[in-house]
Design a protein around this ligand. Sequence first.
Ligand code: F6P
Length: 304
Amino acid sequence: MNAAIRAVVRQGIKEGAEIVGIMRGFEGLISGEFIPLDLSSVSGIIQRGGTILLTARCEEFKTPEGVEEAVKKVKKAKMDGLILIGGDGTFRGGMELEKRGIPTIGVPASIDDDLWGTDHTIGFDTAVNTALQALDKIRDTATSHERAFVVEVMGRTAGYLALMSGLAGGAEFIAIPEVPFKMEEVAQAIKRGFERKKRHFIIVLAEGVMGAYQLAQELYERTGHEIKVSILGHIQRGGNPSAYDRYLASRLGAAAVQAIISGRRGEMVGLKNEEIVLTPYSQAVSRRKEIDLKAYELSKILGL
Ligand code: F6P
């Protein structure tokens, strides 16, 4: 997100705009916590995880009163438009602002990678790489102890993070919400694996499927193999961003500024096949990017 903020500020200043940062997202919009951002205020942040503007989950903005208050603050500060960096919740908020005449353009940032209208969202690649490093480490200990593991990754109700990290990490099985699976088939695969002297069996579980401890327990009851659990949690949401994420954030942040200056509004910028595309918020939040079933099938073949 810092790389996107940097791009918005620097592209914006090049276009002759004055840029103000809003602290803690919609929370800061309601409370009027704005800070001027100049060229040097975004110096040295491209490699930093998180966001210098801080972030918050804001319940108040989900109420009409909260939105009205935010609109008042935007008008009082004489802002011409807003660049919103976030996921579907952020763009739903953007739709509310649009309805009240505030021009906005969205930049997709979420480790879940579940938005329609962009090949990937900012943060996804870094999260995949973090999960991958964890999987590599878990595989070392799993192999030495000849153990099975359930490794739970984030993704909310989507399985992209699990699919990509599981495929890249050589998981024996990947459980994602988009593709139902039979518990007995996974149990049989674990048994077969250890019978043919496989030294580990790693299941990457998307958090949207079920709890990792529950899955491990159910598989233990069917196989008699102890299954260890590792829940990766919030380590997937921090750390130095990958090269791809910095590149993506730079392209999208700059494109968002150009879009709003050219009069576009109510749309999310995305990068598809290396081209900048704009998608109305309504589509970005309501249409779900389809899971790549070919990649999923491949993971089953390669995980044998
Ligand atoms: O949407 C991004 C995400 O990281 C999800 O993958 C995860 O379920 C959720 O946010 C965690 O949110 P919080 O940190 O507020 O619990």
